[in-house]
Design a protein around this ligand. Sequence first.
Ligand code: ZN
Ligand code: ZN
Length: 311
Amino acid sequence: MPFRLTILGCNSAVPANGRHPTAQILQVRKSLFLIDCGEGTQLRMSDFNIHGRERIGQIFISHLHGDHIFGLPGLLTSYSLNNRTNDLTIFSPPGLEEMINAVLKASGAHLSYAVNFVVVDTEKSTQIFEDKQVTVTTIPLKHGMPVTGYLFREKKQPDNIIAEKIAEYDIPFQKIKAIKAGENFVTAEGKTITHEELTEPAPEPRSYAFCTDTSYKPDIVPLIKNVDLLYHETTFTTEEGVHAEKYGHSTAAQAAEIAKAANVGKLICGHYSARYGDLSPIEKEAKSIFPNSKAADEGDVFEVEFRRTKC
Ligand SMILES: [Zn+2]
Ligand SMILES: [Zn+2]
């Protein structure tokens, strides 16, 4: 079952060098989530074959700068033109509902489905969403306006039953769910077979932290400790660090320091200034501190594989 991140847009404020503002798709098992929705998001979904976009039930917005939300009015109205009926929930810092409603009103648009706007607290880390497969928790960031990152953490799945044991003990299909949940099994001869003998632990849950836009903020490290994937903005290299400081962004080195301190599996760089046509200086700087870094480009897909628990 996939845990798959697709980069739709990875530039900062200005579309440039063939790159677009921020947008990502995260697939966790059967659920599709959209994270930020910069200009061009719909076209990038088509370019990169994101199927079933009408299945997206939740959108997570980091903050209200245009490079993270200007794709939303178009996406919302396209859904309506395609006769969407299922509800959509949009999580964001305050002000988005007013902005979207003003745009829809001015353009005479009416939506065919309900949009639920959920305002998130950008000051403290809070779980804001869960379904059967995943929880989503906010990560307070710092950027001169209310902004939040999001931590997606897969839920622990029940233990897996060992296929050979089903045949060995002639276990009926209807008993399997209970055994996976922790029950023992009693054979027709009255012998008890323990849950531990019949099952193996489910793989470790997978996780993804999305952190943009933000100044260097090391106090997020405990919140993202040991995540499999970290996307952290790297708008500039250290050479241009003065701009990072001034505009509330991070350098590649700072993102890599966060990745290293948090012991993440992989660092994905993004949200590049338009001045970088070639991304190799950003990747090189990040790798010098945290070797498993990648300067993401649009269309890049990052799969998180299961890690088996150690017995
Ligand atoms: Zn931005
Ligand atoms: Zn911003």
